[in-house]
Design a binder for this molecule. Structure first.
Ligand code: ATP
Ligand code: MG
Ligand code: MG
Ligand code: MG
Length: 487
């Protein structure tokens, strides 16, 4: 099955179970002060669960564009090194708002995976919540009994702890246990050596979690006690890219047709071959770079499409950081000295034109924005990298980059601190984050004084508490000034 067929089969399956299919919410969470980006399928339905709004149907399914690069869910560091965590990914989901509950949710999940997608039953493991005495939450006997009747035995059932198998929206509010489905994609001989059951939730690239089925059945009160909800809800999320890897029999998400178009273009552009030492290895930085670029271009292109331009603060800075991380990988390991990310936008626009047509509609604009960002960063990237090389040489004994230098790299060369840390890590160096923060605070103090001096009326709304990198703004302003002068 192609990825398009896999997505369609999911939605069709839940239509056959009387679900209403809704579009993905924009990836940028504009109306939620607690969230920058949609990080799960349920985020757009929060108000339904909290009882603040009425859902258009009691059964809903969709595919949601998610981005996990900030806050509680931040997978950015993993991306490119592992082969199954992305910044942006699609989460397939089905929901019941006070309609069906555990029995249907688990039966349908298993039916879809084994009968529609024909995934082998002896490769699947399921988890149930083991209970937590300290927190007064019981073992999920109900889910255990349902799985045992579906599977015919308890051999493939795993007991999960609070971290993996209990979901809560916050300290108070709806919560409940969940049940995850994991798949073992290793070759037979490896399975013979070590059973998959021992590798669940152990960061193995081929024993991965594919689906999480959450049972919202409790409401936590402020005093910590639990009430049983009258209208119980189901919230599920399945990683689309991982599902495609499993169905297409691939070793890595990047080997699926979702990423192969982009990787092929990167191969042509760089003259390098992807995966010469196998597609699971992270020893080869060329491969890591292709994965990073193939991943990050999706995140950036869709974020811009959905209204978040790269900028110097807040959500915009998150997008700029992702973009710069990719540019630096392409520059250092794929030999791209000219804008290259923007050239990938048409590949994505075409690939997703039927699912997320918004990218195709804004293709030209998105390409332009990314190209401008690339040009700006490529102007200072080389100098910044040279500066870093100097430090690696000078501080070879200390193996640490001091806060002042980290600040200088950010202020003068536009290197986000996490990018500096990433490059440092490759050389076995650490960065003095505390020193950097101190420098940043000093800079903010300076610019606060400037701001009060020059524009006292603006003082109140000045971005004092905002983690913006004012220094770089300044540098950009200078660049712009120079350009204007030339004109
Ligand atoms: P993991 O343990 O692998 O990090 P998770 O438990 O954090 O996953 P959930 O919050 O349960 O993930 O999200 C539901 C599903 O979304 C997961 O079962 C997985 O298939 C998928 N998923 C989660 N994070 C990512 C990611 N960064 N990239 C791709 N798919 C993901
Ligand atoms: Mg996770
Ligand atoms: Mg997990
Ligand atoms: Mg999970």
């Amino acid at each position: 099955m192609t990825s398009h067929e896999i997505r369609k089969a999911f939605l069709d399956f839940f239509v056959s179970k009387q679900h209403l299919i809704v579009p993905s919410a924009p990836m940028v969470a504009k109306n939620d002060p607690t969230l920058m980006f949609q990080n799960s399928g349920m985020a757009q339905f929060k108000d339904f669960f909290l009882g603040n709004a009425t859902p258009p149907a009691t059964r809903i399914a969709d595919t949601q564009k998610c981005l996990r690069v900030s806050g509680k869910h931040n997978d950015l560091e993993e991306v490119g090194f592992d082969t199954y965590h992305h910044t942006m990914f699609e989460m397939l989901g089905n929901w019941s708002f006070g309609d069906y509950f555990k029995t249907e949710a688990l039966h349908w999940a298993y039916e879809l995976l084994t009968e529609v997608y024909k995934l082998p039953k002896d490769r699947l493991y399921v988890s149930v919540f083991e209970g937590d005495k300290k927190d007064n939450v019981p073992f999920d006997q109900e889910a255990f009994d349902i799985w045992k009747s579906i599977l015919g035995s308890d051999e493939r059932i795993i007991y999960g702890n609070k971290k993996d198998n209990f979901w809560e929206m916050g300290d108070v509010g709806p919560c409940g246990p969940c049940s995850e489905i994991h798949i073992d994609l290793r070759p037979e001989e490896e399975i013979a050596r070590k059973p998959g059951k021992d590798l669940v939730n152990a960061d193995h690239p081929q024993v991965v979690e594919i689906w999480n089925v959450v049972f919202m059945q409790f409401e936590r009160r402020a005093d910590g006690s639990l009430d049983v909800l009258e209208d119980k809800c189901i919230d599920t999320g399945m990683g689309f890219e991982r599902l495609c890897m499993a169905i297409q029999g691939k070793q890595s998400n990047y080997d699926t047709d979702i990423f192969q178009n982009t990787i092929q273009v990167l191969e042509e552009m760089s003259g390098l071959k992807y995966g010469a030492n196998g597609t699971l290895s992270s020893d080869n930085y060329g491969d890591v770079a292709m994965r990073v670029v193939a991943d990050h271009i999706r995140a950036v292109a869709f974020a811009i499409t959905d209204g978040q331009l790269p900028s110097n603060n807040g959500a915009g800075y998150v997008i700029r950081r992702i973009l710069r991380r990719a540019i630096r990988y392409g520059y250092s390991y794929l030999n791209f000295k000219e804008p290259f990310m923007s050239k990938l936008v048409p590949v994505l626009a075409k690939q997703f034109k039927d699912v997320f047509p918004e990218l195709k509609q804004q293709e030209e604009f998105v390409t332009k924005v990314i190209e401008e960002e690339e040009k700006t960063f490529l102007r200072t990237l080389d100098m910044g990298l040279k500066r870093l090389d100097q430090i690696f040489e000078n501080e070879a004994d200390k193996k640490e980059i001091d806060g002042k230098t980290v600040f200088e790299l950010s202020d003068t060369f536009g290197f986000p601190v996490d990018l500096t840390a990433l490059i440092a890590r490759e050389k076995g160096f650490k960065v003095d984050e505390a020193g950097f923060k101190a420098e940043l605070a000093k800079q903010k103090e300076r610019s606060r004084k400037d701001a009060t001096k020059e524009a006292a009326d603006w003082f109140e709304v000045n971005e004092l508490d905002n983690p913006s990198y004012i220094g770089y703004d300044h540098q950009e302003a200078v660049t712009k000034l120079v350009q204007y002068r030339k004109v």
